[in-house]
Design a protein around this ligand. Structure first.
Ligand SMILES: *Cc1c(COP(=O)(O)O)cnc(C)c1O
Length: 480
């Protein structure tokens, strides 16, 4: 059943060796006491140099990446990562010890200060912390800022409102920050307006967390009226701006009445982030919330950049040292390479690409929410003879990474497609052609899709078993 290449465990033969060490010219001195040492490691593979090289090559070739092909994973913004960013992030001059004296790392501090300036300019917020390590960590940090602000005002509140189209991390972050979460149903249009908000807007509402564009890929067009109603109620508006690529250089959340927001540097501003990191989720706030941002804060002083480590009103530290500095380097490099005059083209092309996919597939797939599409489009599997999962698995057979499936939850069998701005029309046409072939197969031979994938190293997995009893280590005879 498996087309996996032969791995070193199967090639192992007693006595094979892949390296040669010279005789030591100093007396042998055991580094670890005998009683602390393990005995011989059982089943440790013994292979030659060429076999171990091929082992790792074979594993590497099983990976899929943005550099290998189209990766339309909705809400994840798997855009191309310019290689110049990697060169800069690897530059020896930027690798500093986090305890290095500030006068020796002025350049690194300037990089952080300049990225903060860019983010302030692009969003219209008053200031940013670059400390949070990911989007969800940014949400948590932002909600702690909200909490501290309301506490200091002597008006602590208990409830955070979250639309049913929000990203799943939002309710988790609000709950972690000590709030009770109340869900608001979106309108038939797929957005939150005053009619949806009003019935929930009680005096104990601390904030509304709104993903914008929301996870249907739709701009929350009533956001200004929503912000006004929240403010009149003494509540704050949190905007999840993880996918700012849809708005970049065109709309500034600060101008819409947003009080707190986070951005995912590892989506909007490139940085490889498949496989879980490293990320960075800077949090921006309006002027009245600035004092509560986490420390450390980099700021320009009389004789260069300084770092403020303690501030009585700050929520304190949320991350060791300065956050993920090299992601910050990549984001600044990405913005500087684009230049101020071109930043808006990111959003224009991201929106154009998503709309091209929508226009080519909307006759073939059900489009439950018809409001204009921004950076991603969400179809449903209604009316199809197969399920979304079957289509996603069949895409693997054609060498395409599937889109996000079954999210957002308010769409039946959701297919959430985010092409990003870095794809050409030719690539999109290939994807659309593959989708048309698959939808044809679904009508003529649905069983083919239910069996898919058939051309991949591993066939369809039992996902329940994989989650409950993951097999993460090779053992003789366990892999079939
Ligand atoms: C990706 C994403 C998040 C979470 O970001 P992580 O870095 O994965 O924690 C939150 N909200 C939205 C809308 C996202 O797309």
């Amino acid at each position: 059943m498996s087309h996996l290449p032969k791995l070193i465990f199967e090639l192992s033969r007693e006595g094979k060796i892949g390296c040669g060490l010279n005789e030591a010219d100093v007396p042998a001195e055991p580094a670890v006491d005998a009683e602390l040492r393990r005995g011989a490691i059982a089943d440790f593979p013994q292979v030659s140099e060429v076999e171990i090289v091929r082992h790792y090559m074979a594993l590497a070739k099983l990976n899929y990446s943005v550099d290998a092909g189209f990766y339309p994973l909705g809400s994840c913004t798997m855009k191309y990562n310019p290689k110049i960013n990697e060169r800069l992030a690897a530059a020896e001059e930027l690798q500093a010890h986090p305890y290095a004296p500030h006068d020796l790392v002025q350049g690194n501090l300037e990089i952080m200060a300049r990225l903060e300036e860019w983010l302030v300019e692009l969003t219209g917020m008053a200031g940013f912390t670059l400390a949070p390590a990911a989007g969800a960590h940014g949400e948590f940090t932002g909600m702690l800022v909200v909490r501290r602000y309301l506490q200091e005002k002597g008006d602590p509140r208990r409830v955070v409102l979250i639309p049913d189209s929000a990203h799943g991390t939002n309710p988790a972050s609000a709950h972690f920050a000590g709030y009770e979460v109340r869900e608001i149903a979106s309108s038939a249009k797929g957005t939150i307006g005053l009619a949806e908000l009003r019935p929930h807007l009680t005096p104990d509402v601390a904030a509304l967390m709104m993903t914008n564009p929301n996870t249907l890929g739709i701009f929350e067009s009533d956001i200004m009226a929503v912000a006004e109603a929240l403010h009149a109620n003494g509540s704050l508006l949190y905007m999840d701006g993880a996918n700012l690529n849809a708005l970049l250089g065109i709309v500034r959340p600060g101008d819409l009445g947003v009080d707190v927001m986070h951005i995912n540097l590892h989506k909007t501003f490139s940085t490889p982030h498949g496989g879980g990191g490293p990320g960075s989720g800077p949090v921006g706030v309006a002027a009245n919330l600035l004092p509560y941002l986490p420390v450390p804060r980099v700021r320009k002083g009389g004789s260069g950049y300084e770092v403020v480590y303690a501030d009585p009103r700050s929520i304190g530290r949320v991350k060791n040292f300065y956050g993920h500095f090299l992601v910050i380097v990549r984001a600044l490099a990405y913005l500087m390479a684009l230049g101020r005059e071109n930043v808006g083209r990111v959003a224009e092309d991201a929106v154009l690409n998503a709309n091209y996919v929508r226009s080519q597939l909307q006759g073939l797939l059900d489009l439950p929410y018809k409001a204009p599409t921004l950076h991603e489009v969400v179809f449903s599997d209604s009316g199809l003879p197969v399920k979304t999962l079957d289509i996603a698995k069949r895409l693997l057979d054609y060498g395409v990474h599937p889109f996000t499936i079954y999210f957002p939850l308010i769409v039946h069998g959701a297919m959430m497609i985010e092409p990003t701005e870095s794809e050409s029309k030719e690539t999109l046409d290939d994807f659309i052609a593959v989708m048309k072939v698959i939808l044809g197969e679904a009508r003529e031979n649905p069983e083919l899709l239910r069996q898919a994938p058939t051309r991949t190293p591993v066939r369809r997995l039992d996902e329940t078993q994989a989650a409950r009893k993951p097999v993460l280590r090779w053992r003789k005879g366990e892999l079939h």
